[in-house]
Ligand binder design. Structure first.
Ligand code: SME
Length: 203
């Protein structure tokens, strides 16, 4: 099967079946590859395009999902000096998540996750290691508006389970043009996908 066909979505699926379908397609796409860059690139494309191919819930005009992608802890990136608007990462600059593979319009380059200085849904999900389902982004204190058209959002942390303790490596972020675009079913489906991604990559 051509790789692009993995984003085809059969008709008649309910939400739970839809996310199981995406999970199965992603499992196949990740097979034989441990690079997080490669795997997150395919994961963001698969999630975004599968959502758009599921018009009953996500791909229909005003209800459209408009962004799906990742922010990753800067320690995962090769360069020791990463621009954060005048500062660089490392001592004194605090901790940041950097924009990773995504589908959608351009987004902010980084998100501050320094304790006491952090702001936004991605930072909160990362620091709390908890999925955040935001029904109205304008009502969320500190929300970072990368796209003024976004109305709701869901962010799942990527948490690596290790013998010496859990480590958050980044977040999976989805935005929607509709208020309350995401539900508990989406939370369940995306958390399974986030765990699949974490386990499929070398970090
Ligand atoms: N809204 C996010 C920022 C990332 S964009 O949505 C792609 C936040 O508040 O952290």
């Amino acid at each position: 099967m051509p790789h692009a066909d993995s984003a085809f979505v059969p008709q008649g699926l309910d939400k739970t079946q839809f996310w199981q379908h995406v999970f199965d397609q992603l499992t196949a796409l990740l097979d034989g590859q441990r690079s997080w860059v490669t795997n997150l690139a395919n994961a963001s494309s698969l999630i975004y395009n599968s959502l758009l191919a599921y018009p009953a819930h996500f791909g229909d005009g005003e209800r459209m999902v408009n962004w799906a992608g990742f922010y990753l802890h800067s320690s995962l990136f090769p360069s020791p000096k990463i621009s954060t608007q005048g500062r660089t990462s490392g001592p004194g600059a605090g901790e940041i998540l950097l924009l990773g593979p995504f589908c959608g319009k351009p987004a902010c380059q980084f998100i501050n996750v320094t304790p006491g200085k952090s702001r936004g849904v991605c930072a909160d999900a990362f620091m709390q290691r908890k999925t955040l389902l935001v029904t109205d982004v304008d009502a969320y204190p500190g929300h970072i508006a990368c796209d003024g058209e976004t109305k709701s959002e869901i962010v799942c942390p990527l948490v690596l389970r290790r013998e010496d303790g859990d480590v958050a490596v980044g977040v999976l972020d989805l935005d929607c043009l509709a208020l309350a675009g995401f539900t508990e079913e989406d939370r369940a489906g995306l958390e399974k996908i986030a765990q699949l991604i974490v386990e499929a990559c070398d970090w």
